[in-house]
Design a protein around this ligand. Structure first.
Ligand code: SOE
Length: 387
């Protein structure tokens, strides 16, 4: 429903697993901490398994449920479609939702291919609805603060960005062939699942990519068939094996339009790293380091600090002056992963009222998808690819 007149916006969410819980929790907490221009109403969720979707709706506080997402889109008591399903479903759902005039928020990556992503972007532009993609790490206060420092010129000209997104949940070869390991469902592996976040952060903090060269590897090529909907702790169901059709690890070098150089690594085979999403940026006047596993901290170095006191200093990004932080607790009282989703969805709700699509939106999703495609093409051709 384009052109909102009510003080409430009614959400219809497709899916209800890990990210479904995360989004449900965020919608519930937004009005508690912030003052959004419109209040989210948890109107309905959809999922194919009736008993499971009913239980999820009751547990997470949704007013109703559907067993077919198409029904959710048909309902005229729903203003927003929130897509938290595996990647191969994003395009069909988002395009149908846009055609029905719903505002749309979708999990990342936007789609399986650039072609799908472009069709999604065309559909939301044509329908003139608000759209966003869930690159939540942009909304961690320390990351927002890093961007502020860079925008203010505190690092000066940027020379380097090095970003690693390291996980280890599939090192065990008996970990099953879940949907994240099948190209036709996920698009790519570590690259699109976690590398896409690093790409988004680099675009947010450093700027546009110019060219890149990459290499990719699949260390375990066959795995036992398991629960397809299985998450990060899925179990195999028997002895039958299936082929892993995505990358386990991807590394690439990049040049940015502003002349900076980037080194990127996305892997699910970095033992001991559960969810280590980190970056370091070096500029002529200073450097910044951030690591999701200590997400309230930012390390900063300024070249003009007095001799003897030079070096990285640790900032606790929990002060009222820091982005979003004033809505929570007194200084020193930290926040967590889920808060990044609260901030992102808060911006999305305000965008609906303002008639804007806050960044990152589907346009950013298309750009990200083009970078993912270029990384794959470069690994295949062993050539630099210009974006
Ligand atoms: C699994 O790798 C996952 O949940 C990703 O899908 C998310 O995007 C990432 O933020 C955390 O890890």
């Amino acid at each position: 429903m384009v052109g909102l007149t009510s003080k409430e916006v009614r959400i219809g969410m497709v899916g209800y697993q890990f990210m479904g819980k995360m989004h449900s929790h965020a919608y519930r907490d937004i009005p508690f901490f912030f003052d959004p221009k419109v209040k989210p109403v948890l109107q309905a969720i959809s999922g194919r398994n009736e008993s499971a979707v009913k239980e999820a709706a009751e547990k997470m506080g949704w007013a109703s449920y559907e067993t077919d997402w198409r029904r959710l889109i048909e309902r005229d008591d729903i203003d927003v479609i929130d897509i938290v399903t595996p990647n191969h479903t994003h395009a069909e759902i988002a395009i149908a939702a846009a055609e029905a005039g719903k505002h749309i928020i979708t999990e990342k990556p936007l789609a399986l291919t650039v072609e799908e992503a472009e069709r999604m972007y065309e559909a939301v532009k044509k329908a003139n609805v608000t759209h966003m993609i869930c690159h939540n790490y942009r909304f961690v206060p320390a990351v927002q603060y890093a961007r502020k420092l860079i925008e203010e010129g505190r690092l000066g000209r940027i020379f380097h960005v090095r970003a690693n997104y390291l996980q280890d949940f599939i090192i065990d070869p008996s970990f099953p062939l879940v949907w994240r390991l099948k190209k036709e469902v996920s698009g790519s592996g570590a690259l699109g699942d976690i590398g896409a976040h690093s790409i988004d952060l680099a675009r947010f903090l450093v700027g546009d990519f110019k060219e890149l060269v990459s290499t990719m590897e699949t260390f375990v090529k066959e795995r036992p068939i398991g629960e397809m909907s299985g998450g990060l702790s899925a179990k195999a169901e028997g002895d039958e094996m299936g082929e892993v059709t995505v990358d386990d690890a991807t590394c690439f070098l990049a040049r940015f339009e502003n002349g900076a150089l980037g080194v990127f690594e996305a892997t699910r085979f970095a033992g001991g790293n559960r969810n280590k999403n980190k970056f370091e940026i070096n500029g002529e006047k200073g450097s910044i380091r951030w690591d999701m596993e200590n997400m309230n901290n930012l390390e900063v170095y300024f070249a003009d600090d007095e001799p003897g006191l030079q070096g990285f200093r640790l900032i606790n990004v929990t002060e009222e002056v820091h982005p979003y932080v004033g809505a929570y607790w007194p200084a020193g009282h930290i926040i967590g992963y889920e808060h990044s989703f609260i901030h992102l969805l808060y911006e999305f709700l305000n965008g609906i009222v303002e008639g804007t699509s806050p960044k990152p939106n589907f346009e950013d999703g298309v750009i990200n998808q083009k970078i993912l495609a270029a990384v794959e093409k470069s690994a295949e051709t062993k050539q630099w690819i210009t974006l």
